[in-house]
Write a protein that binds this ligand. Structure first.
Ligand code: BG6
Length: 502
């Protein structure tokens, strides 16, 4: 079953970037730059969404020349004639993150290119570095005068924003020393995904669902962010981060806030942030005593994914043989307000699971009385509304129909809106994120209070997890290629429910 699109001209809100700019990427020899940032910038360049007067200055400890930098990046894009033009805008300057002299050299290089490309001193600093480097770099940017120019200046900080509540506050104070709040962009790339942005439009640009978007009609909500990839080459970071810092404190709570928030009076960054923060403020605390009932943790052991044997987490390069870092978690969370009282939100995420899928499903209540109970042996299944964030991006609604024939048989069918069938292209999250930084638009970025509230919520859990060894019995093994530890199935079954994505 599909959706017929009525022909009408689209209502568009976004404009191309109009001002010239310099983009300085810290950590430019890393994976994020190669795999996400440069391909995204090249795409928006191809679509003429950025002006010709710009350049990208990569910097990192690696001693690349600009030519080497361009060659390495060429391996990650389709190198057509436009790439030849684009790459003339790419430069590299090595740096020692703790040595002020190298920042001064960087500033000189920056100024030289600014003259050539006439970028009017507009500077966007992008910190694509591991979190332990962030504070030092911000300090050096401030102290070396890099952030002083006659144009606008902005800074982009990747998640995790801080490592816990105190470090998030410290980082924020440091940023505020050199940048104004409107110059700071805290990225959660999930908010740049088309399907995530559409949650707000779906909820607040349609009138039929909002009246039933509450505890009177919704039984529970599930959010699953499942990955089939393992820890890859990021063990150094992941060993310390684990699944809660990597996925829950940011991506999953952000998704949850979009589902749970009240309608803001206007589609405006400050108002949207405020409504999201209200959700975080209403999260029911998971205390130490609640942990066994409200959480399940796991770590993958060897298994098979897509027909390939894969090693267990402890055998990944750079992981300790006795590591207790969780690579899977399932949580039950409540929001203590009028709309959501008593409605559980089941949140689940893990690495090396059966397949890659991110979905939010809203499970409505069953019919209050079945008039079919005299003729049907089974219970009537409740309606489910699904936001498939990725892959096969879609919005789906399940409902019951009669199977045609002389007998009375029910079946569940799905009404499906598939983005890819309707639209030619789905831009990458980083395209939107970068465009917004360059336009100075904060709509899809996270505010400081939201960051702090999210850390606050996870503090008791993190304290427990960071103790590691002593609490080993709580980290359950799960075979790579499954849906996580069997304890996670039991966790939701206890409540008389089951995971939607299987
Ligand atoms: C990142 C995490 O923020 O998100 C990674 O650090 C994770 O561990 C990634 O793999 C998932 O992003 P996406 O867009 O592939 O769902």
């Amino acid at each position: 079953m599909g959706i017929k699109r009525k022909k009408q001209s689209p209502v568009c809100l976004l404009e191309p970037v109009s001002e010239p700019f310099a983009l300085v990427i810290f950590g430019a020899s890393g994976d994020l730059t190669k795999r996400k940032l440069i391909p995204a910038l090249f795409n928006i360049y191809k679509e003429s969404l950025v002006p010709e007067r710009f350049f990208i200055l990569g910097t990192a400890r690696t001693e690349y020349s600009s030519i080497e930098f361009r060659d390495i990046l060429s391996e990650h894009v389709t190198t057509d004639a436009l790439w030849q033009n684009f790459k003339r805008h790419l430069f590299f300057q090595p740096i020692d993150y703790n040595d002020r002299i190298t920042y001064i050299t960087l500033r000189k290089t920056l100024k030289r290119h600014e003259k050539t490309f006439q970028t009017k001193g507009n500077r966007l600093f992008y910190l694509a570095v591991p979190p332990q480097l962030t504070e030092d770099i911000v300090k050096m940017i401030g102290e070396s005068g890099l952030a002083e120019s006659e144009g606008w200046k902005r800074i982009v900080v990747e998640k995790p924003f801080g490592w816990d509540l105190p470090s998030a506050k410290r980082l924020n104070e440091l940023l505020q020393r050199y940048f104004k709040e409107e110059e700071i962009f805290r990225i959660d790339h999930y908010l740049g995904k088309e399907t995530v942005q559409d949650i707000l439009l779906f909820r607040f640009a349609n009138s039929i669902f909002e009246p039933i978007w509450n505890r009177n009609f919704i039984d529970h909500v599930q959010i699953t962010a499942s990955e089939s990839i393992g820890v890859e080459k990021r063990a150094g970071y992941y060993e310390k981060a684990g699944i809660i810092r990597d996925m829950f404190q940011n991506h999953i709570l952000q998704l949850m806030s979009l589902i749970a928030m009240e309608p803001p009076a206007l589609f405006e960054p400050a108002r949207i942030r405020e409504e999201k923060v209200k959700v975080f403020r209403s999260l029911r605390e998971i205390t130490r005593a609640d942990i066994p009932e409200y959480t399940v943790f796991g770590q993958y052991i060897e298994g098979v994914i897509d027909g390939q044997k894969v090693v267990g987490y402890r055998d990944e390069e750079g992981v300790r043989k006795d590591s207790h870092t969780p690579t899977f978690a399932a949580l039950k969370v409540f929001i203590d307000n009028w709309r959501w009282q008593g409605v559980p939100f089941y949140l689940r995420s893990g690495k090396r699971l059966k397949r890659r899928v991110t979905e939010v499903s809203i499970h409505f209540k069953t019919v209050p009385h079945s008039i079919f109970k005299n003729v049907l042996s089974e219970e009537i299944k409740p309606n489910v509304l699904v936001f498939r964030i990725q892959p096969d991006e879609a919005i789906e609604l399940t409902f019951q129909t009669k199977i045609p024939g002389t007998t009375l048989c029910f079946r569940e069918v799905t009404m499906n809106f598939s983005y890819r069938q309707q639209d030619h292209s789905m831009p990458e999250a980083y395209e939107r994120v970068l465009m917004d930084c360059l336009r100075g638009d904060h709509l899809i970025f996270v505010g400081q209070e939201g960051v702090e509230k999210a850390w606050e919520f996870f503090t008791p859990i993190l304290k427990f997890l960071d103790k590691g060894k002593k609490l080993i019995f709580h980290i359950n093994d799960y075979r790579a290629g499954t849906w996580g530890p069997p304890e996670a199935e039991e966790f939701i079954r206890r409540d008389g429910r089951q995971w939607w994505v299987r």
